[in-house]
Design a protein around this ligand. Sequence first.
Ligand code: AMP
Length: 133
Amino acid sequence: MAACIFCRIIKGEIPCFKLFESDKTLAFLDINPLSQGHALVIPKFHGAKLTDIPDDALGEILPVAKRLATATGAVNYNILQNNGRLAHQEVDHVHFHMIPKPNEAQGLGIGWPQQKTDMDALKALFEDIKSKM
Ligand code: AMP
């Protein structure tokens, strides 16, 4: 995708602080980090959402995220992947964040609005999703 900023980084048209590269995967520092060491891992295959990416383009993503966590020395960290504007996605090329969480103020801050559990509804939902897996 000519206009995609992460495709342009992959092509070398835009610079980045490259941490890892293979034929299918690229990792680099986030330009507006939430904490020191905040980095992104991306498949070179262009797609906006996780469901747009073939499985074989995703195989290295978690191992590289793990290596980033180790290399930064992060003790507490989040692996995050946003899909869609409502879910806080700004760049429409799939990317996984590795965000160190060194203290309360830095790193990812999230709400966790748990819903009241209705076991019958949960069981019906379970059956529905499981039938599509
Ligand atoms: P998201 O909200 O999940 O789409 O996150 C997009 C991330 O990409 C943000 O954390 C940005 O800081 C980061 N970002 C955008 N442009 C660049 C760039 N040129 N180099 C590195 N990181 C970038």
